[in-house]
Ligand binder design. Structure first.
Ligand SMILES: Nc1ncnc2c1ncn2[C@@H]1O[C@H](COP(=O)(O)OP(=O)(O)OP(=O)(O)O)[C@@H](O)[C@H]1O
Ligand SMILES: [Mg+2]
Length: 409
C-alpha cells in the first residue's frame, strides 16, 4: 500500500498534552502538501508538554498511527515530531568570520553559524535549532541571503533554541517503541507559525501564541525571520483544573463546562445558570456563568500578562506590527482573543491552519496548527537537506540535530 508515492509520503506526529495527532501528507513541492490521512487519539502520558509516562504515550501514539494508516491507506514508518515544554530555552547569538574567497560561499555561512553556535549550552541541554535572523557583510546593511556577495567579513545574528536532552530522548523513545523512526524534532511554535501566519505578517512583524493543553508556546517574527521564542507551562488544562477546584467538580465536567460555558472576558459574559457534577459524584449543583468567569478570567489574564511582560521587558512589542495570532485549542476559549486585544492593544486573530489540498475541512481547527505546520517544516527540511541519515538510535538522531547548520536554507 502507498508504495507508488512512498518517496513523496510525509508524516507528522504532534505529541500533545491532550491529544496525539498523526497527519499523513503527500508532498507536492517544497511548500505544498496534500493531506491524505489523519489519526488522532487522546493523550494522557504528558504533563506540561513533556512525557511523564512512556507506556501511556506509546499506547496513544500507536492508536493514532494506526488510525492514520487506515485513513490514508499507507504504511507509516517515519515521522517529523514536535517538541515543547518548560525546558525549552532560547537566546540570540552573534558570529563573525572572514570571507576567505572574496565572495560569500556556503562554507562561509556554515562557519559564521558555527561561530554563532559557540555559546555555552546548559548542562543536559542540546541545540535544537539555529535560526539565522540576518547577515551583515563588512558592517553595512543587513542581508537575508549573503551567498555570492563580495566583502571581507561576514557576520550573522542567529536565534538559538535549546532543549533538555532527556525530554527529547523520551519523546524519541516513545515514537520508536510505537514503531516510528523520528526524522527530526521541531519546536512546536515554529510549526504552528508556519501553519497559521501569512508571509506578509511575518515580514511586517507578528506574534504567534499556541495555547495548548499543557503549554503556551510563543514566537515572534519580523522581516521574515524569528526574533524571539518562549514556552510557558500554563495553558488550557490549567483552566480546567482551576474550574474543577473552584467549582468542586470532576475534571471531566470541568472540561465540559469550560467548552460549553467558559468565558475569559467580562464584557462578553452571558448570564446563565449551569449544572455541574459534584466532585464526589453524588449529584449536581448549580453555579452561575459569572462564577465560572471569575475562575477563568484571572488565569487568562495571568497567562497573557506573562507573555506581554516578557516581550515588553525585551522591547519587542513594537515589532508586532501585524498584531498577535492565537492558535491551539485554548484560542477557542470564548473571550481569549478579545482579552488579548485589550491587554496587548494590538489586533488579535485566531489562526486556523489552511491546508490547500486533500482532506482539508477536518484540519480547519487551531488544534491542528502544530501537526500541519510540522508537515510544512518537514517538506522544507527534506528539500533542503541531503538526507543520508537513517537509523533508529537516539544517539544518531541527537547527533544529527547537533550537526544541522541551519533551518533556514
Ligand atoms: N472550543 C474550545 N473552547 C475552549 N477550550 C478548548 C476548545 N477546544 C479545545 N480547547 C482546549 O484546548 C486545549 C487543547 O488544545 P490543543 O489540542 O492545542 O493542546 P495539545 O496540543 O494537546 O497540548 P500541548 O500543545 O500543550 O502539548 C484543552 O485544554 C482544551 O480544553
Ligand atoms: Mg499542541
Amino acid at each position: 500500500m502507498g508504495k507508488m508515492f512512498a518517496d513523496r509520503l510525509i508524516v507528522s506526529i504532534d505529541v500533545g498534552t491532550t491529544k496525539i495527532c498523526v497527519l499523513v501528507g503527500q508532498q507536492i513541492d517544497h511548500d505544498h502538501v496534500e493531506i491524505i490521512g489523519i489519526g488522532k487519539s487522546p493523550s494522557d502520558g504528558l504533563k506540561k508538554g513533556v512525557v511523564v509516562d512512556i507506556a501511556r504515550t506509546v499506547h496513544s501514539i500507536k492508536k493514532a498511527v494506526k488510525e492514520a494508516e487506515i485513513t490514508s491507506g499507507c504504511t507509516i514508518e517515519s515521522a517529523y515530531i514536535g517538541i515543547s515544554g518548560g525546558h525549552i530555552q532560547s537566546m540570540n547569538s552573534h558570529g563573525m568570520v572572514p570571507i576567505k574567497g572574496g565572495s560569500v560561499r556556503p562554507i562561509d555561512i556554515t562557519n559564521a553559524l558555527d561561530a554563532a553556535k559557540a555559546i555555552s549550552i546548559p548542562e543536559g541541554h542540546y541545540l535544537l535549532h539555529v535560526l539565522p535572523q540576518y547577515f551583515i557583510i563588512d558592517g553595512s546593511e543587513r542581508v537575508h541571503d549573503p551567498l555570492g556577495m563580495h566583502g571581507l567579513r561576514l557576520e550573522v545574528q542567529a536565534h538559538l533554541i535549546t532543549g533538555a536532552i532527556a525530554s527529547a530522548q523520551n519523546l524519541i523513545k516513545c515514537c520508536e517503541m510505537a514503531g516510528i523512526t523520528v526524522l527530526d524534532i521541531i519546536l512546536e511554535q515554529l510549526a504552528s507559525a508556519s501553519a497559521v501566519l501569512s508571509e506578509d505578517e511575518r515580514e511586517l512583524g507578528v506574534g504567534v501564541l499556541d495555547i495548548g493543553g499543557g503549554t503556551s508556546d510563543f514566537a515572534l517574527y519580523q522581516h521574515g525571520t524569528i526574533r524571539h521564542t518562549m514556552v510557558l507551562p500554563v495553558a488550557g488544562n490549567h483552566f480546567t483544573n482551576d474550574i474543577a477546584v473552584g467549582l468542586r467538580t470532576t475534571l471531566k465536567d470541568a472540561e465540559r463546562v469550560k467548552l460549553e460555558h467558559g468565558c475569559a472576558y467580562t464584557p462578553l459574559l452571558e448570564a446563565a445558570t449551569i449544572e455541574v457534577e459534584l466532585v464526589q459524584g453524588t449529584g449536581n449543583q448549580r453555579v452561575s456563568s459569572k462564577d465560572l468567569l471569575c475562575i477563568i478570567e484571572p488565569r487568562a489574564v495571568e497567562l497573557l500578562t506573562l507573555i506581554h511582560e516578557d516581550i515588553t521587558a525585551k522591547a519587542l512589542l513594537p515589532m508586532m506590527r501585524s498584531g498577535l495570532v492565537l492558535t491551539g485549542g485554548g484560542a477557542l476559549l470564548k473571550g481569549i482573543p478579545e482579552l488579548a486585544c485589550a491587554l496587548f492593544s494590538l489586533p488579535v486573530r485566531v489562526g486556523f491552519p489552511r491546508p490547500e489540498y486533500g482532506i482539508i475541512d477536518t484540519l480547519n481547527n487551531p488544534i491542528y496548527a502544530t501537526g500541519y505546520g510540522l508537515l510544512l517544516q518537514g517538506i522544507k527540511k527534506r528539500t533542503n537537506h541531503i538526507d543520508a541519515w537513517s537509523g533508529p538510535t537516539v544517539k544518531r538522531v541527537l547527533m544529527r540535530m547537533k550537526s544541522w547548520i541551519a533551518d533556514f536554507f
